[in-house]
Every structure is written in C-alpha cells, then in structure tokens.
Write a protein of this length. Structure first.
Length: 135
C-alpha cells in the first residue's frame, strides 16, 4: 500500500505545481446587446387627466399606442404628445383629421403623427375611430 501512496502523492504534487505555473485565464466581459430603437418621452391624457411615460423601444411604443386605442374603445378620450419628436412651430395650426373603422389603420396613423410632432387625440364612437392631429 505504501508503494502506491508515494507515487500518487508525488503525481498530485507535480500536477498542482504545473497548474500553478500556467498563465491565468482572463475572462472578457460580455457586452450587453441593446435593442435598437428610439427612446420616447410621451405626455398623454386620458379624459383630461395628464400622465407621462418614458418608452425605451419601438415595441414599447407600439404597445403603449395599442393600450391607448383600447382606452378609446372604452369610451375615453385619449391624447398623445411625443415630447421627443421634432416639431416645427408656425403661425397657423396644422389640423389633420383621420376617420376609419379599422383599428390598425387608426393606430398606425396616430403613431406616425405623434412621431412627426403632432398632438394626437383619439376617440372611438359607434365603431368609428376619429383621430385628430394638431401641430
């Protein structure tokens, strides 16, 4: 038994020494993958009650406008202002009105106009979406 113990002990000691002489492995930090999108600070009101939210991606923006559409379907008047959109001030107000029965069309139009710097108001009555954009 003693004959087996000495070689095994020597082998383990040499292995430990060999490992301690090797170069230390460096761990490279992994970079976080950021979602490419636009950060938006949105002021909005529901039946005249003002709120503000910051949205960090296009997916959050889409979900937010979708929730505003749902609120309008419940009979509430919603107004959306994208504070980060560039606006051009002029002496006359530009007012655009869009009506449709298609929710997706109304949602797309409202998102586009809000991104263009318009204040967008959405109403839903008797199956018709009425969207008004004011700049």
């Amino acid at each position: 038994m003693r004959k087996n113990f000495v070689p095994v002990a020597v082998f383990l000691m040499l292995t430990t020494m060999a490992v301690s002489c090797q170069k230390e492995r460096t761990i490279e930090p992994q970079s976080a993958v950021a979602e490419i999108g636009t950060v938006r600070t949105v002021n909005y009101s529901v039946n005249g009650v003002d709120h503000q939210i910051t949205l960090y991606s296009d997916a959050e923006w889409d979900a937010f406008v979708d929730s505003m559409m749902s609120l309008s379907e419940q009979g509430k008047e919603v107004c959306i202002i994208n504070e980060d959109a560039s606006t051009q001030t002029s002496m006359t107000k530009d007012i655009q009105t869009f009506t449709t029965t298609d929710r997706d069309e109304a949602k797309a139009w409202a998102k586009q106009k809000a991104d263009e710097g318009y204040e967008v108001t959405i109403n839903f009555k008797e199956g018709v979406y009425t969207c008004v954009a004011i700049n």
